[in-house]
Design a protein around this ligand. Structure first.
Ligand code: ZN
Length: 172
């Protein structure tokens, strides 16, 4: 397994619209393993392939790591087939938008279809953090970042913070 570099906004590759995976084969499973390794290394709870520069519809997630035990989830070609009218607000962050946390409102409950690591079709009904996280990661597959959901003012403040943090990192 390999830890891959995570792209940071405003990298134009984060705007890519990812393509459906044609077949869950060995190459895709290697990608999945690398993504999990990369996500755990960065202390994230979710990662989309787009964030490591691969425009394929693959997501990994682990929202309930406990006592050093992992509970990895894999979503290939996920689709939301139903979303509740009721909304829920979560404070979101993103490995590609470091050090910025903002409230985002999304449907509270969703039903999704996707392929698992074994290539088999799965259905999931989710609410809470799982629903929020899946929608956040699915946005990445369409080139959308959580800060794109913010008001124009909040978004420009976030982008300025991000640019400043990047400059500080570059100059050491
Ligand atoms: Zn993200």
């Amino acid at each position: 397994m390999t830890i891959r570099p995570i792209l940071v906004a405003p990298d134009p590759r984060l705007k890519a619209v990812a393509k459906d995976v044609a077949k869950v084969d060995g190459e895709i499973r290697t990608l999945i393993d690398d993504m999990l390794e990369t996500m755990y290394d960065a202390d994230g709870i979710g990662l989309a392939a787009v964030q490591i520069g691969i425009a394929q519809r693959v997501i990994v997630m682990d929202i309930d790591q406990k006592d050093g035990k992992n509970n990895p989830r894999v979503f290939v070609n996920p689709k939301i087939v139903w979303a509740s009218e009721a909304l829920a607000t979560f404070e979101e962050g993103c490995l590609s938008v470091p050090e910025i946390w903002e409230d985002v409102e999304r449907p509270a409950r969703i039903r999704a279809e996707y392929l698992g690591r074994d290539g088999k079709q799965q259905t999931l009904e989710a609410d809470g953090l799982l629903a929020d996280c899946l929608q956040h990661e699915m946005d990445h597959l369409n080139g959308i970042l959580f800060i794109d959901h913010l008001s124009r003012l909040k978004r420009s403040i976030a982008l300025r913070k991000l640019a400043k943090a990047k400059r500080l990192k570059e100059t050491g």
